[in-house]
Design a protein around this ligand. Structure first.
Ligand SMILES: [Zn+2]
Length: 199
């Protein structure tokens, strides 16, 4: 009774965000409704503005305000290394690590056939084009070591077995099932520096 269908819709939308459980979603929804109306409308406007000004980079898929993105456009990145990540947030985390000066490719999602993400959804042809153009010597698979991450690493390794390129993955310093974004900077840097060849 207290939760009308409209409020339920707001709770569900918030609950759909990563890291927001049902209870937190309810707390946030009540907060937004109880607080000064400007707080919620300003937040909604900020979200719409950001969403409308950001789009995937035509080269690497990184969500960016410019196309190509600043990382693809930069002349002082090292073309010999290409790092494959799941999403744009991962690029941000790896950049903060300050260890890597190569290029990126954002898959958008991991292999998860049950959720409708099969090999066709990974954008492999675009990745192949990038490999042909930049000719990196190392392909770094910086994917989280979950079941989907492992399946994706296995699949990509199979595809690129014909190409003469060193394929590496991060060491399992990241706990199994852990998200790239939740590991500490030091753990991530360790996993990065102890990455190993998968062929
Ligand atoms: Zn880019």
């Amino acid at each position: 009774m207290l939760i009308s269908p409209r409020l339920e819709e707001l709770i569900k939308a918030l609950n759909g965000l990563p890291g927001i459980g049902r209870k937190t979603a309810q707390r946030l929804a009540w907060y937004l409704l109880s607080a000064d109306a400007e707080i919620a409308t300003d937040l909604a406007k900020t979200i719409v503005d950001a969403v409308q000004s950001y789009a995937p980079c035509g080269v690497c898929n990184l969500i960016s305000e410019s196309d190509p993105c600043p990382l693809c456009a930069s002349a002082d990145r090292d073309d010999s290394q290409l790092c494959i990540v799941e999403n744009s947030g991962d690029v941000h985390i790896l950049e903060n690590m300050n260890e890597y000066r190569g290029r990126y490719y954002v898959l958008g999602h991991l292999l998860s056939p049950l959720d409708g993400y099969g090999p066709e959804e990974l954008g492999i042809p675009k990745l192949m084009e990038l490999l042909a153009e930049r000719k990196p010597t190392e392909l770094i698979l910086a994917l989280k070591p979950t079941a989907e991450g492992e399946a994706t690493i296995h699949y990509l390794t199979q595809i690129f077995t014909e190409i003469s390129i060193n394929i590496t993955r991060l060491s399992t310093g990241i706990p199994f099932g852990g998200e790239l974004e939740y590991s500490s900077a030091l753990t991530l840097a360790n996993a990065w520096n102890r990455r190993y060849s998968v062929q």
